[in-house]
Design a protein around this ligand. Structure first.
Ligand code: NAP
Length: 514
C-alpha cells in the first residue's frame, strides 16, 4: 500500500489487482504503451483500420490514465463533456455539462469494452525500456517482471500528467499527520473535523478545496501564485435532453461543434491577442472577485498580477465563495519548512495542522516520464533531447523509426479539448503506419534529418509573441524557458497539418544484420 506521506516515491499507480493473462503474446505488429484516452483511441482506430495485431501495455490496474488516478473529491473535467470525449464514441448520457471523474472513468472503461480491446490490454505492465533491435528491425519493450514484447511499431501514449510532484519543502517528511497528494487521493483517510492545509492553487486545488472546506475544522490554503478563475457554466442534463441527444440524428454532433468553436475562440482572444478581450476579461474577473470576496485584503491577495492565460485559466463557481468562508484562510506567506506539528512561515510563525494535502501538480519535464527509449545507433531519446524535449508535430523524432508519440512535446492545449489533438495524432500515425507497412521488412520509416529542428524553430518563434511568454512561471515552460508543452496555435491549424501524412518529410532507413 502506498504511504500517505510519499505519494511520489512509492509505486506511482498503487496496487495492481488485475491478474496477468497466462499466455501473453510477445510478438505483435503494434505495441501501445498506456491505456488512457490516447492509447485506447489509438488501439480502437488501428483495430477499425484492420491493424488488429496489437497490444496495449498499461502500468496501472485499470484503463483510464489520469482519470483513473485523479479520484480526489470534486475531480471533474474543465472542458465540457460533450467535447471531452472521442468523436467516434459520443455519449448521450453525460449527466452534466462538466462531468465528474467517475463518469469519465466509466466512459473509458465502457469504451475499452465496446471497442473490443479487452483481450489486448495487459494491465500491471510497467514498460521500463523500449529499444530498437536494428538487426531484426523491430522494437523490444522491456517490462518489469515479465518477458519482453517485440513489435514492428511502437506508440507511446503515456500522458503528460502522470507523476505527482512532491514540493521540495524542507521537513515535509517529518510532518506527523497524513500527507496526501491530490493525484493519489486516499478516501480511507478521514479529514473530517481536522485542521487541514492545502498547498497549491492550481486546477486540482480549485476543484478539491470547495469539497474539503465544509467538512474540515479549519482549512488553510497556501497560495504561492493566484489563478485567473472564470465562471463555469455547469448544469445537469435532464432526461428529455439526454433522450434528444440519443434519438435526434446530428444533435450531439451539432452540440459538440458549438462547444468546440466556443473553446477554439479562446485561442485568438486570450492567447494570441490578449490585449483586447484578455484585458476586458481580467477586468471582469477582478470585479467578480471583489463582489464575491468582501474582505478587500483577501480580494487583493486573490487577484493575479500576470496576464490572463499565461498560466492555465481555471473555471469554477465556488472557488472565491469558499475562500471567503470564515473557516478558510488563504495564506500567502512563503512556507519555509514543515515540522511534525505543521507549517512554518517566512516570518517564523507556525501554522499548526493535522493533515496536509498537496495540490502541487505533476512532474512534466520529461514527456515520457521514466520510460527509456533507445533508437538507431543506440541513441537514448532523453539524452538526445537534453533539457528541451522536441518532436515533429509532437509525434515523430529522427532516429526513432516506426515509433510514434501521442501527446508528445508541444501538443498540450490551454484552450480546448486535448482529445482533438489526440485524435489528430492518431489519424496521422495510422497513415504513417500504412506507409511503413508497405516497406520491405528490413526498412523502417524515419523522419528526415532537420525536420524536427525546423519545426521547433517555428514553434519557438510562434510562442515568443504569445501570452505564455509574458512573464509568469508555469509548468508550460521548461528549464530552458522554452515552452515545450503547449501547441502554439489553434487546433484548426494542428488539424490542418496532421490531416494528411506528409511522406516527403520521412524516409526509409535500412536495418538488418550487418
Ligand atoms: P498545477 O496547475 O501545476 O498547480 C500546482 C500548484 O501548486 C500551483 O498553485 C503551484 O504554485 C503550487 N506549488 C507547487 N509547488 C509548490 C511549492 N513548493 N510551494 C508552494 N506552492 C507550490 O497542478 P494541478 O492543479 O494538479 O494541475 C496540473 C494540470 O492538470 C492542469 O494545468 C491541468 O492541465 C490538469 N488538470 C486538469 C483538470 C481538469 O479539470 N481537466 C483538473 C486538474 C488538473 P505556482 O503557481 O506558484 O507554481
Amino acid at each position: 500500500m502506498q504511504q500517505a506521506g510519499h505519494p511520489h516515491d512509492a509505486d506511482p499507480v498503487g496496487p495492481i489487482s488485475t491478474p496477468l493473462p497466462e499466455a501473453q503474446p510477445n510478438r505483435v505488429e503494434v505495441a501501445i504503451i498506456g491505456a488512457g484516452f490516447g492509447g485506447l483511441c489509438a488501439a480502437a482506430r488501428l483495430d477499425r483500420a484492420g491493424i488488429t495485431d496489437l497490444l496495449l501495455l498499461e502500468r496501472g490496474a485499470s484503463v483510464g490514465g489520469t482519470w483513473r488516478d485523479n479520484t480526489y473529491p470534486g475531480a471533474a473535467c474543465d472542458i465540457p463533456s460533450h467535447l471531452y470525449s472521442l468523436s467516434f464514441q459520443l455519449n448521450p448520457d453525460w449527466t452534466r455539462a462538466y462531468s465528474p471523474q467517475p463518469e469519465i472513468q466509466a466512459y473509458l472503461e465502457d469504451f475499452a469494452t465496446q471497442a473490443g480491446l479487452r483481450d489486448r490490454i495487459l494491465l500491471g505492465q510497467s514498460v521500463r525500456r523500449v529499444e530498437l533491435d536494428e538487426a531484426r528491425g523491430h522494437w523490444v519493450l522491456h517490462r518489469q517482471g515479465a518477458p519482453p514484447v517485440h513489435a514492428r511499431f511502437v506508440i507511446t501514449a503515456v500522458g503528460g500528467l502522470k507523476d505527482p510532484k512532491r514540493p521540495d519543502i524542507p521537513g515535509l517528511d517529518s510532518f506527523a499527520g497524513p500527507v496526501i497528494h491530490s493525484a493519489r487521493w486516499r478516501s480511507d483517510l478521514p479529514l473530517k473535523g481536522l485542521r487541514v492545509g492545502v498547498i497549491g492553487t492550481g486546477a486540482s486545488a480549485i476543484q478539491l478545496v470547495p469539497e474539503l472546506a465544509p467538512i474540515t475544522r479549519h482549512l488553510t490554503v497556501f497560495q504561492r501564485t493566484p489563478a485567473w478563475v472564470v465562471p463555469r457554466s455547469d448544469r445537469a442534463y435532464g432526461a428529455a435532453e439526454k433522450a434528444a441527444f440519443r434519438h435526434i440524428p446530428g444533435l450531439m454532433q451539432a452540440h459538440r461543434l458549438r462547444l468546440y468553436l466556443r473553446q477554439e475562440l479562446r485561442y485568438p482572444l486570450l492567447f494570441k491577442w490578449p490585449d483586447g478581450v484578455g484585458r476586458l476579461l481580467e477586468h471582469l474577473v477582478t470585479l467578480s472577485i471583489r463582489q464575491q470576496v468582501k474582505d478587500p485584503v483577501l480580494a487583493e491577495k486573490l487577484r493575479p498580477s500576470y496576464r490572463m492565460g499565461c498560466k492555465r485559466v481555471l473555471v469554477s463557481n465556488d472557488w472565491y465563495p469558499t475562500l471567503a468562508r470564515p473557516d478558510v484562510t488563504v495564506e500567502t506567506r512563503t512556507i519555509t519548512r514543515i515540522d511534525a506539528g505543521g507549517v512554518i512561515l517566512s516570518d517564523g510563525s507556525a501554522q499548526p495542522l493535522d493533515a496536509l494535502v498537496l495540490c502541487t501538480g505533476f512532474t512534466v519535464d520529461q514527456p515520457l516520464g521514466d520510460l527509456e527509449v533507445v533508437g538507431l545507433g543506440g541513441h537514448d531519446l532523453k539524452a538526445h533531447w537534453g533539457p528541451r524535449p522536441r518532436a515533429y508535430l509532437g509525434i515523430s523524432e529522427r532516429g526513432f523509426p516506426n515509433a510514434f508519440m501521442v501527446l508528445g512535446p508541444n501538443t498540450a492545449l490551454g484552450h480546448n479539448s486535448v482529445l482533438v489533438m489526440v485524435e489528430a495524432q492518431v489519424n496521422y500515425i495510422l497513415q504513417a503506419i500504412g506507409v511503413a507497412r508497405a516497406l520491405p521488412e528490413d526498412q523502417l520509416l524515419d523522419l528526415k534529418e532537420g525536420e524536427t529542428e525546423r519545426f521547433i524553430e517555428e514553434v519557438d518563434r510562434r510562442h515568443a509573441g504569445q501570452v505564455w511568454a509574458s512573464g509568469c512561471q508555469s509548468w508550460y515552460l521548461g528549464p530552458t524557458g522554452k515552452n515545450f508543452t503547449l501547441w502554439p496555435g489553434s487546433t484548426l491549424d494542428y488539424l490542418r497539418r496532421t490531416r494528411r501524412f506528409d511522406s516527403g518529410r520521412y524516409e526509409a532507413r535500412q536495418v538488418g544484420p550487418r
